[in-house]
Design a protein around this ligand. Structure first.
Ligand code: SF4
Length: 365
């Protein structure tokens, strides 16, 4: 019997420009590569459909920037498979270049959530992040999403930037809330190996400031809760009922199928990552049976348990205590330190514990 898959991720690896902190698989827009990508995706979808029983309930198109494609290529992408039958379909977009034509294409195809890579509002923050948009582009992207009647809107933000203290970050959060999003994601800037950001750190141009990051993290929880958002995960905040179902499914350990260059899948205890190079991805997908994998591993019970603890601790739902059986001493110590609390058979992190989620997970493993 074929394995049933309900969560799909599609990686669209194109951006109009490359940001200095980004380590996602991506490349600059180029016409021939986009054609390669769409051909490869078509072939991979045909393979996946024959291999698994796919009933997509939650779909996430990420990148890269899916909406960087021209309207005609975007339409081709949206028509490769019957994605529109899902309950939730998120597409990531950047404010620059997001037009009413593209928003309407998304809505007509059945997209239910737009996730807008706003990241910041202050010109200095946007320049440091290498982003090309400004406040007016953000306002216009939000307006066209609303005009096209895309039901839900998420705004992505980044904090921990140079010269960004509590008052600057507070203003950024207020400005984001003024756009009345249903969901906000606020991530601390994270230096990733091989990025331009690491070079800046090595050359002494900037360095992260963990103390300020902690202050901004706690401020985020306070401000967004005051605006009616609930922190349902360390970096994710939703108005009631507007949580991202796709993220929740992944965090709770459900299988997911990732399509596209560099996409990761986890199905029936097997995990693999497609090759990142778009041309190689497309060639190997067309030759078959599936795109070449650059990583493959079996996720045994130990790995799955570790992952469940790592991801579950980050959520407001916490972890059922039976998932932490045998760690009684450690749980008591965490409660004593004020990093965790026990409630109705679950172990949850306090805001102070959330600041140290990775360290707490390491203690519990
Ligand atoms: S737009 Fe997003 S995916 Fe593209 S380079 Fe910037 S951060 Fe990375």
């Amino acid at each position: 019997m074929k394995t049933r898959v309900e969560n799909l991720y599609v990686h669209v690896p194109f951006c109009t420009h490359l940001c200095p902190y980004c380590d996602f698989p991506k490349e600059r827009l180029a016409g021939n590569r986009m054609r390669d990508f769409l051909r490869g995706l078509q072939a991979e979808w045909a393979w996946a459909n024959a291999e698994f029983s796919i009933h997509p309930r939650r779909i996430f198109f990420g990148g890269g920037t899916p909406t960087a494609l021209s309207p005609s290529l975007l339409q081709e992408l949206l028509e490769i498979a019957p994605w529109g039958q899902s309950e939730e379909w998120t597409v990531e977009a950047n404010p620059d270049g997001f037009s009413l034509t593209k928003a309407t294409l998304l809505r007509e195809a059945g997209v239910t959530r737009l996730s807008l890579g706003v990241q910041a509002f202050r010109p200095a923050d946007l320049a440091w992040l290498g982003r090309r948009h400004d406040r007016s582009a953000i306002a216009s992207a939000v307006a066209v999403a609303r005009q096209a009647a895309i039901p839900q809107l998420n705004l992505d933000l980044i904090y921990g930037l140079p010269d960004q203290g509590p008052s600057e970050w507070h203003s950024t959060l207020e400005e984001a809330c003024a756009h009345r999003p249903d969901h906000l994601s606020a991530y601390v800037i994270t230096p990733e190996a091989g990025t331009e950001l690491i070079r800046r750190i090595e050359q002494g141009e900037w360095h992260p400031d963990p103390d300020t990051e902690s202050v901004l993290f706690l401020l985020t929880q306070r401000i967004l809760e005051a605006h009616g958002f609930s922190a349902y995960e360390i970096s994710n905040f939703a108005k009631p009922g507007k949580e991202c179902r796709h993220h929740q499914a992944i965090w709770s350990g459900e299988d997911y199928l990732g399509l596209g260059p560099g996409a990761v899948s986890t199905v029936s205890g097997r995990r693999w990552r497609n090759v990142r190079d778009t041309a190689q991805y497309a060639r190997s997908a067309e030759i078959g049976p599936h795109p070449a994998h650059e990583e493959e591993e079996v996720c045994g019970p130990r790995e799955r348990r570790a992952e469940r603890i790592l991801l579950g601790l980050r959520t407001s739902a916490g972890l059922p205590e039976e998932a932490l059986a045998g760690r009684e001493d450690c749980l008591s110590e965490l409660v004593e330190k004020g990093w965790g609390r026990r409630w109705e058979g679950k172990f949850l992190l306090t805001p102070r514990g959330r600041l140290r989620a990775d360290a707490v997970a390491a203690m519990l493993l």
